[in-house]
Design a protein around this ligand. Structure first.
Ligand code: PMT
Length: 408
């Protein structure tokens, strides 16, 4: 699959924050993904990282001072701005945010931001107290109201020695926000999608548990696809080895009971719910408070059923569209229809988990979609990212059909 950033003309604006060194890593990642990046350094950014580093990594001259008589850049800023598919300002100081909000143009970057018609992504990094200041917050609101994307800074240790919200977000989050910005399809804008993923772990004692082979890949692919298509995403996930997908509100859980609580907590605002998690159907009735001694002659575990989260969600859904998954080892089509009706949901995605090449822990999947209006669709084997997009396409079509006025 082609990378969404390949061949894209980007401008990376770097301003005077200690986080300027992280812009080097961002540039490296953008060029690794074959974006063509022109770097624009402000005068203050020079104090933190020299232009040679950016020039070497981007393979292009670095744009700096608008008024340098030796430079062709001064006449170039409109042309560069016109060519750009997107502008990323990372790190974005309180100063550049203020200049952009008020339309100041006193250096190359601020002039470029005024001249550009390309979408702009600001990635703030500053002291926590500065970020919280009403003036900065007002400027951020102004930029967002005009259509710019301003990421929230991360919380944690700051260069000032204090802790707070002001750190540059992780590089992969910045890149994912950029991919979303450049994504031509924003058909899920305004939707709030609640997704579950991964396995649950049911404690036997403090060190042992019952679980299953779910890797979380299917649910995480759905979260990434929904975010790219403009949705607000909450991902409730059991324990997995993969990093939380950038852009989603991530709610980690362990057991089915914790998953149920988290799902019900976020259900009220969701417009679409997708339950890709492999919830353990049973849990030990009385987990041992101490580690159970090994080498016992015989050990009997009494199991009790876990709550059926999907059924509860379907009963409390309001107007949300509910999608469930079914993990089957045979008679996939018949069981899918049975499960759809038993759970009382709108769409069921069935996969054959007896196969090694799809389903649990595989990078690809092949599924059968069965909906409550009697429709079915077979999605042939493909990457889980493509399956995720096709499921979201189906959800959109079914919702539009369900909402259309009945023919007279
Ligand atoms: O995570 P991966 O490695 O990428 O693998 C993906 C997957 C195989 C886990 C995924 O594609 C999948 O099939 N997920 C559903 C697995 C499952 O639990 O199926 P089920 O047939 O047992 O459950 C049916 C539905 O009820 C599911 O939506 C499940 O989330 C839900 N459920 C089940 C039991 C329970 N107590 N509460 C639930 O909500």
């Amino acid at each position: 699959m082609t990378d969404a950033l390949a061949g894209k003309q980007l401008i990376l604006g770097v301003t005077g924050s200690i986080a300027a060194y992280k812009a080097v890593y961002l540039l490296r990642e953008l060029t690794r993904r074959r974006a063509e990046v022109a770097v624009c350094l402000t005068e203050h950014a020079h104090q933190f990282v020299g232009p040679l580093t950016f020039r070497t990594l981007s393979g292009r001259p670095v744009l700096t001072d608008l008024f340098d008589p030796q430079s062709d850049d001064a006449v170039e800023h409109v042309a560069i701005a016109e060519r750009a598919h997107a502008i990323v300002v990372a790190p974005a100081t309180a100063n550049v945010i203020a200049k952009a909000a008020h339309g100041l143009a006193d250096d190359f970057l601020s002039t470029l931001l005024l001249a550009a018609r390309a979408p702009v992504l600001f990635v703030p990094a500053m002291d926590g107290a500065m970020w919280d200041h009403p003036a900065v917050q007002a400027n951020v609101r102004t930029l967002r109201a005009r259509g710019a994307t301003v990421l929230e800074p991360d919380a944690g240790a700051l260069a000032s020695g204090l802790a707070g919200k002001g750190r540059l977000p992780e590089i992969e989050h910045i890149v994912e926000a950029l991919v979303r910005l450049l994504s031509p399809v924003k058909d899920l804008a305004g939707e709030r999608v609640l997704i579950t993923a991964g396995p649950t772990r049911e404690a036997i004692d403090p060190v042992r548990y019952i679980s299953n082979r779910s890797s979380g890949k299917m649910g995480y692919a759905l979260a990434t696809a929904a975010f790219r298509r403009g949705a607000e995403v909450v991902l409730v996930s059991g324990p997995t080895a993969i990093s939380p997908p950038p852009g989603a509100v991530f709610v980690p859980v362990q057991s089915a009971e914790e998953m149920r609580e988290a799902v019900l907590q976020h259900l009220g605002t969701a417009t679409i719910v997708i339950k890709a998690a492999a919830v353990a159907d049973y849990r030990p009735k009385a987990p041992a408070p101490e580690k159970i001694k090994s080498r016992q002659e015989r050990l009997v575990l009494e199991l009790t059923p876990n709550p059926d989260i999907l059924k509860q969600v379907a009963a409390l859904r309001g107007s949300a569209f509910i999608v469930g998954f079914a993990a089957e080892t045979r008679d996939v089509a018949e069981r899918a229809v049975e499960k759809l009706h038993e759970k009382g949901i709108d769409l069921l995605v069935a996969n054959d988990i007896s196969r090694q090449d799809i389903g649990f822990d595989a990078d690809e999947n092949e599924v059968l979609l069965v909906d409550r209006w009697g429709g079915t669709e077979h999605l042939s084997r493909r990457p889980k990212s493509a399956i995720a997009d096709a499921i979201l396409d189906r959800v959109r079509v079914l919702r539009a059909q369900a909402q259309a006025p009945a023919p007279r």
